[in-house]
Design a protein around this ligand. Structure first.
Ligand SMILES: Nc1nc2c(ncn2[C@@H]2O[C@H](COP(=O)(O)OP(=O)(O)OP(=O)(O)O)[C@@H](O)[C@H]2O)c(=O)[nH]1
Ligand SMILES: [Mg+2]
Length: 234
C-alpha cells in the first residue's frame, strides 16, 4: 500500500521517510530541501508499505498533487517547534483536503525533542484537528513514536477495509469464489474486477480469473485473525 508523507516546509517529512525505512530510502533534494520526492519501503505485519515523501515548499504544489495519486493513507508532519510555519502547513493541508478527501490521516507533531516544542494537544487545537483523528508527538532525532504513528495509520486503514476483507475471507480459495463474492456484494462484473484489481495491487489477494478463484494473502489473514489485538496495540 501507499502512504503519503506530507506537511509544511522543513517539518521533517524526509527525515520521517528515512527513519521509517531504516535509512534505506531515496531522497531527491537540493540544498537540503526536497525538490522531487522521498521514497522508502517498510514491511509491517508482512504488508509492504511504500512511503512517498513530498516537497514542502509552496511552489511544489503540482508535485504534491502527482505524488498524492492513489495514496491509501497520509502521515501529515507538523513542525511543533516553529509556529511561524503553521500557516504554510495549513496551506499544504488544504491541498491534501482537495487531492485526497476522505483518505485516512494521522498527524505527527514532530520535533518533540526541541525545547519548547508544542505538545500534540496544542497542535491539535492550533490546527483544529477533529477528536477522532490521531495527533502523535514524534521526533526523528530520538525516533520517538514514529513506528507508532505508522502503525496507527495502518490500523485505521485496516479497520476501514475490514468489513470487505471479512466477506472475502468467506470465499477465500473456494471454487467459484469470485462470483460467489460478487453475488453476496451484489457487484456486477465491472465492479468486481475493479475491487479485485484494487486488492491485488495492494498485495491483499492473489487472483486466478480463469478459475474464478482468489486467495487472501497470508498477512491479511493473520491481520484479520488478530485485528482486535493489533488495533489495541496501536
Ligand atoms: N530537532 C529536530 N530536528 C528535526 C526533526 N525532524 C527533522 N528535523 C530537522 O529539520 C530540518 C528539515 O528536515 P527534513 O526532514 O529535511 O524536513 P522536510 O519536511 O523534508 O523539509 P522540506 O523537504 O524542505 O520541506 C533538518 O535540519 C532536520 O534535521 C526532529 O524531529 N527534531
Ligand atoms: Mg524533504
Amino acid at each position: 500500500m501507499k502512504v503519503l508523507v506530507t506537511g509544511g516546509y522543513h517539518s521533517g517529512k524526509s527525515s520521517v521517510v528515512k527513519f521509517l525505512s531504516g535509512g534505506r530510502s531515496i531522497h531527491i533534494d537540493k540544498h537540503e530541501t526536497t525538490v522531487a520526492l522521498d521514497y522508502g519501503r517498510v514491511d509491517i505485519e508482512g504488508l509492504r508499505v511504500h512511503l512517498f515523501g513530498t516537497p514542502g515548499m509552496k511552489h511544489f504544489r503540482v508535485l504534491r498533487e502527482i505524488l498524492s495519486k492513489g495514496a491509501d493513507g497520509v502521515l501529515f508532519v507538523i513542525d511543533s517547534a516553529d509556529s511561524r510555519r503553521d500557516e504554510e502547513a495549513k496551506a499544504v493541508r488544504r491541498e491534501v483536503d482537495e487531492f485526497l478527501p476522505d483518505t485516512t490521516r494521522v498527524y505527527l507533531a514532530n520535533k518533540q525533542d526541541v525545547e519548547g516544542a508544542r505538545p500534540p494537544e496544542v497542535i491539535k487545537q492550533v490546527f483544529d484537528i477533529p477528536d477522532d483523528v490521531p495527533v502523535i508527538g514524534t521526533s526523528t532525532v530520538t525516533g520517538l513514536n514514529l513506528s507508532l504513528a505508522l502503525r496507527t495509520l495502518l490500523a485505521k486503514l485496516i479497520e476501514k477495509v475490514a468489513p470487505l476483507l471479512n466477506v472475502l475471507s468467506k470465499y477465500d480459495g473456494k471454487a467459484g469464489g469470485i462470483s460467489q463474492f460478487a453475488d453476496t456484494m451484489k457487484f456486477n462484473l465491472a465492479s468486481t474486477r475493479k475491487v479485485f484489481n484494487w486488492l491485488e495491487l495492494r498485495g491483499y489477494v492473489e487472483v486466478d480469473w480463469r478459475a474464478g478463484v482468489f486467495w487472501l494473502a497470508p498477512p491479511i489473514k493473520s491481520i484479520l485473525e488478530r485485528s482486535d489485538e493489533i488495533l489495541k496495540s496501536s
